[in-house]
Design a binder for this molecule. Structure first.
Ligand code: SAM
Length: 246
């Protein structure tokens, strides 16, 4: 059983692709004719030219919408298809889960002919996100162990350009920092179930920080402290697109 067979059962409830982020990902892919999505999950952000999804979790594959590209149950580290099988490969919010990053990136480079697009986060910025910094130090510590440094990815890809992806205040894809302007969301167990850094940390561990967040929201302390966020439409919370031309 994979990690996402355990924590992914309700992924589709809170992880609906955000159309503004989709535009950025599709622009990064450019005018390619065929795409392989690695670590594809339920298929978020797949452009119409996707020919194959590679995903180890059967629970995630089962959530792919009818009519989406064929899914191969496999891991990034060993993709059972020929070299240069598609123009491009993309890996969206997945590289931090791979058991062997070097092998996974090696495979992504092998199966793509022209371009690789990776969506991930820069921990130097992400660690300053108020939820981790002020309320959940254990989760902050966990993300330090989980994160894939941008420089390491660039080195493995040989070269890549890095694009900032500011997150809209009403982002529909409920990933880690998506609720930066909707703090109440983190008190909802359904939201937490869709965020792996929270789902992998026991509820007992989260409880003191979430109780404090709840009380700061009730008394207005959170809003006082983060008044600057309330007028922002988007925020750079550290999410980055890496685009490598092969
Ligand atoms: C946060 S989800 C992202 C899914 C999808 N890309 C999206 O944007 O919604 C992370 C995905 O990576 C997958 N994953 C975990 N380990 C993997 C590996 N070694 N190779 C490929 N995918 C992996 C998980 O099963 C899960 O579906």
């Amino acid at each position: 059983m994979t990690r996402y067979d355990r924590i992914g059962a309700t992924y589709n409830h809170t992880r609906r692709p955000d159309h503004r982020i989709a535009v950025k990902i599709h622009e990064a892919l450019g005018q390619v004719g065929t795409v392989i999505n690695v670590g594809a999950g339920a298929g978020s952000y797949e452009p119409p030219q996707t020919v194959l999804a590679v995903e180890p979790s059967a629970v995630m594959i089962a959530q792919r919408p009818a009519g989406s590209a064929r899914a191969l149950q496999a891991s990034a580290e060993s993709i059972p298809i020929a070299d240069e099988s598609a123009d491009a490969a993309m890996a969206i919010l997945t590289v931090h889960h791979w058991a062997n990053l070097e092998a996974g990136i090696g495979e992504v480079l092998r199966v793509a002919r022209k371009r690789v697009v990776i969506f991930t986060w820069d921990q130097a910025i992400f660690r300053r996100f108020w939820l981790l910094d002020e309320y959940l130090p254990e989760v902050a510590a966990f993300t330090e162990t989980q994160t894939v440094p941008i420089d390491r990815l660039i080195a493995l890809l040989t070269d890549a350009r890095v694009e900032t992806v500011p997150i809209p205040h009403d982002c529909t894809d409920g990933f880690g920092a998506a609720f930066w302007r909707r703090p109440e969301a983190y008190l909802d167990p359904k939201v937490r179930a869709g965020i792996s850094m929270l789902a992998q940390t026991g509820e007992e561990v989260l409880r003191p920080g979430l109780t404090r967040l709840s009380s700061d929201l009730s008394c207005g302390r959170w809003h006082e402290r983060h008044a600057d966020l309330l007028d922002c439409e988007t925020l750079d919370v550290g999410y980055r697109l890496l685009v490598a031309d092969l």
